[in-house]
Design a protein around this ligand. Structure first.
Ligand code: NAD
Length: 459
């Protein structure tokens, strides 16, 4: 823990380095007080009529909808997201709240046939849930945990990332405006080592939903284990994009750039290992080069921009560590000069198997292209990683699409597409990409305890 944790965080616009706001940091004792208030609010919320909970969550969704543009513009300022992405992200929060509201009254238990009586299972709220969010998708990822946790009858304490607390704080205000009970959803901005750690170590917090680095995820799992704390972890990725020679190679090459450049590559699902069948390799690279160079990098508030800056100087330095000045790149796009945390789209080839650019999550606009020989080779390369979050494969052969999808050890695969995230389908990782699943029809269940009750019918 740092000797002197900061008492406030300056929020910088990553495109200009201007100070957007200064946000006080929550201390450990303030986390304690927030847990007490949340527990009281949860007590009432958990026993409220499900229809009332659903109605309030729908109202929250409607209020978010009324503020979509404001939320999106705030995300552009604090996170450097392109306006188009930020609008989608604010809409995703609304949709998640709506979808979760629909789940409140469908959170049914079971009646299981047994001898001598009646057996029922109830799905009860956990209590107070801590959501620790990252800076790469501050709004959606906060809502992935928050919306189903609230719907299942819990209170939520949300700890946003140090660099991106503003949309989270605004969402908490909108929740109150929508009529959600006070203290049910509180946002605790501050340092991970202080406010985040306090949530993880607090006996009054029943579960932690964490999205971020695999290193911190492991620490949270280890320290949470002291209290047998429930955890959902969404961690890193190094996802493959497998292009077979029988695919529509033109389409695969046209769509490959944004699969690793979206959000400037700061995406745990980024397809950063592009595996191309050797017979199509040269053709693919020929098509990829103009596609990468035509990506519009610049002012994220401009509607035409496709890629903005990295989040911070720290992240920029981290990315430069993998691709230092002078390192040869097969393809290099452009990026603005001057202030802001800019790094150009970059594609590396002929990379040794143990190069960190190939084995580690860079979280920047950098991909590596590797040739493979056949299906078996593609699967071996795709699985040659400690991660297993996402992946794509391009082929016209339906049998191959299914074989390879089943053989790749990852939680989210797409065929002839790069789409991984929908609020209505489950999302999460194999191996060191995480534990548990978010989103989809079972999202609420992850925020419940199952209680089994047997009632004797013996006379
Ligand atoms: P991080 O894991 O340190 O931060 C994520 C969140 O965890 C933040 O809210 C942070 O304040 C909090 N946190 C940090 N230490 C904590 C602790 N000890 N206890 C509780 N909470 C804690 O991520 P980072 O340093 O901002 O980014 C580093 C790298 O992590 C990136 O380069 C990227 O590779 C990866 N990352 C992945 C994702 C993802 O979606 N998988 C998101 C962000 C970062």
């Amino acid at each position: 823990m740092p000797d002197q944790p900061p008492h406030a965080h300056q929020i910088l616009d990553p495109a200009t380095e201007e100070v957007v706001a200064t946000v006080p940091a929550t201390g450990a004792s303030e986390v304690d007080a927030a847990v007490v208030r949340a527990a009281a609010a949860q007590h009432r919320w958990g026993s409220a009529a499900p229809a009332d909970r659903a109605r309030l969550l729908r109202r929250f969704a409607a209020v978010v909808d009324d503020h979509l543009e404001e939320l999106a513009r705030l995300e552009v300022r604090e996170a450097g997201h392109t306006l188009g992405n930020a609008r989608w992200e604010a809409g995703n929060v609304r949709d998640l709240l709506d979808y979760a509201a629909g789940g409140v009254e469908r959170l049914t238990g079971r009646q299981i046939p047994v001898a001598g009586g009646l057996d029922i299972t109830l799905l009860e709220p956990l209590g107070v849930v801590g959501v620790i969010a990252p800076w790469n998708f501050p709004m959606p990822i906060a809502a992935w945990g928050t919306a189903p946790a609230l719907a299942a009858g819990n209170a939520v304490l949300l700890k946003p990332a140090e660099t991106t607390p503003l949309t989270a704080l605004r969402l908490a205000e909108l929740a109150l405006e929508a009529g959600l009970p006070e203290h049910l959803f509180q946002v605790l901005p501050g340092a991970g080592e202080v406010a985040g750690r306090a949530l993880v170590e607090h006996p009054g917090v029943a579960k932690i939903v964490f999205t971020g680095s695999t290193r911190v995820g492991k620490e949270i799992m280890a320290s949470g284990a002291r209290l047998v704390k429930r955890v959902t972890l969404e961690l890193g990725g190094k996802s493959p994009n497998i292009v077979f020679a029988d695919a529509d190679v033109e389409r695969a090459a046209a769509q490959a750039p944004m699969a690793f450049l979206d959000n400037a590559g700061q995406d745990c699902c980024a397809r950063t290992r592009i595996l191309v069948q050797r017979t199509a390799y040269d053709r693919f690279l020929e098509l990829l080069a103009p596609a990468v160079r035509s990506v519009v990098v610049g002012d994220p508030s401009n509607e035409k921009t496709q890629m903005g800056p990295l989040i911070s100087r720290t992240q920029l330095d981290r990315v430069r560590g993998y691709v230092p000045e002078g390192r040869e790149a097969a393809i290099r796009g452009s990026a603005p000069d001057g202030p802001g945390f800019w790094f150009p789209p970059t594609v590396l080839t002929d990379v040794p198997a143990d190069d960190p650019a190939l084995t580690e999550e860079i979280f920047g606009p950098v991909a590596v292209v590797i040739p493979f020989d056949d299906e078996e080779d593609a699967i071996r390369l795709a699985n040659d990683t400690e991660y297993g979050l996402s992946g794509s494969l391009w082929t016209r052969d339906i049998g191959r699409a299914l074989r390879v999808s089943r053989a790749v050890a990852a939680g989210n695969l797409s065929v002839n597409s790069h789409s991984s995230v929908r609020y209505s389908t489950p999302f999460g990782g194999y191996k060191q990409s995480g534990v548990g699943r978010e989103l989809g029809p079972d999202a609420l269940t992850a925020f419940t305890e199952t209680k089994n009750i047997f009632i004797s019918t013996e006379a």
